[in-house]
Design a protein around this ligand. Structure first.
Ligand SMILES: [Zn+2]
Length: 220
């Protein structure tokens, strides 16, 4: 499980006076009405689903947390619609920027890992075009194209992101080896085994697949 990321709009507390002033006339309302909710999706190349909860227990601060592309915002009930929309806009933008940073950093890490593995175990012989994390692979842990317009594009499922590092390295080594042998031939496995923990990591993957009633052969 990925940890939930939390944040707070500091500006909301700085603007406390203004927001509180607006709050005052609806204090009665706040106490009697249950919490209200609205949901919407802010869409462009990275759609963000936003859930806004107006919570009468909150005085002035706007709280938010995000998990993947889902943001939950809790705001004081008395905050004006205009001000709330400003906060939502700021928060969505902040989440988008953080997600972009995470993506960039993660892909860079993967690239560095692939270069290290290629140099250390494959004599730097293996070439590829790009390697990146993807979130849309349901079953497979990795894929590698050989030939065609996307030749040398390696994709690693972000399901493995929180697995032990030596297993992630194995998944990367496996895909790198496919650049030489686009199959599971004997020569392919011989190449993969240059990565010292290959056998152990295969066992790890097989164990997980077994637990889920799936075949590890479909995973890599
Ligand atoms: Zn394979």
């Amino acid at each position: 499980m990925k940890p939930l990321r939390r944040g707070q709009v500091q500006r909301a507390s700085e603007e406390k006076g203004t927001i509180d002033a607006a709050d005052r006339k609806s204090t009665q309302e706040q106490a009697t009405k249950p919490m209200s909710k609205r949901s919407e999706v802010y869409s462009n190349d990275d759609p963000i689903a936003v859930e806004v909860i107006r919570d009468g227990r909150l005085r002035s601060r706007v709280h938010w947390e995000w998990n993947g592309n889902h943001v939950r915002i809790r705001a004081p009930r008395g905050i004006s619609k205009r001000r709330l929309n400003q906060h939502v806009k700021t928060i969505v933008e902040e989440v988008r920027q953080r997600r972009a940073r995470v993506r960039a950093r993660a892909d860079t890490d993967l690239e560095a890992m692939a270069r290290r593995i290629s140099r250390k175990y494959f004599g730097g012989e293996i070439v590829w075009h790009s390697i990146r994390w993807v979130s849309n692979m349901r079953k497979r842990l990795g894929s590698c194209t050989v030939g065609g317009p996307t030749d040398g594009d390696i994709r690693i499922s972000d399901r493995v992101k929180d697995w032990p590092n030596w297993v992630i390295e194995y998944v990367v080594a496996h895909e790198l080896a496919h650049r030489k042998h686009p199959n599971h031939s004997r020569q392919f496995w011989e190449l993969v085994k240059r990565y010292p923990k290959a056998e152990r990591a295969r066992g790890f993957v097989m164990g997980l697949a077994f637990q889920r009633g799936e075949d590890a052969e479909d995973w890599l």
